[in-house]
Ligand binder design. Structure first.
Ligand SMILES: [Zn+2]
Ligand SMILES: [Zn+2]
Length: 115
């Protein structure tokens, strides 16, 4: 029976494997970030979780240049997230402003009705 890893956590770096990230699933059905597992297999030749031997991988750690590309992509994703958070904050501010207007309006109506 396959045991599903909780929330797609990569056991090497303990970070969630996002759907946008490249994942590698070993023949033992354990899954990792592509970058993490290939660096691991280069040194260890086994699955870090169940110790099943995996000698098939000859790719080794990614070359410096492609590592830089990945860091660049990660950096871009990070700044995208920051941008999204900014937009959310702007929307939240707008909601607060609208709520204040509503309260103000309710007060005005209340005054008209009862004052
Ligand atoms: Zn990882
Ligand atoms: Zn495994």
């Amino acid at each position: 029976m396959k045991r599903k890893l909780e929330n797609n956590i990569c056991p090497i770096c303990l970070e969630t494997i996002q759907t946008s990230e490249t994942r590698s699933v070993l023949s033992c059905s354990h899954q990792y970030h592509d970058i993490c597992i290939h660096s691991w297999l280069y040194d260890n030749k086994n699955c870090p979780v169940c110790r099943t031997t995996h000698t098939g991988c000859t790719r080794g750690p990614l070359k410096e240049q492609s590592k830089e590309t990945i860091y660049h992509i990660l950096e871009m994703q990070r700044s995208e997230q920051i941008e999204k958070k900014k937009q959310i904050r702007i929307l939240e501010d707008r909601i607060i402003a609208l709520e204040m207007q509503c309260t103000l309006f309710a007060c005005l109506i209340n005054n008209v009705m009862h004052g």
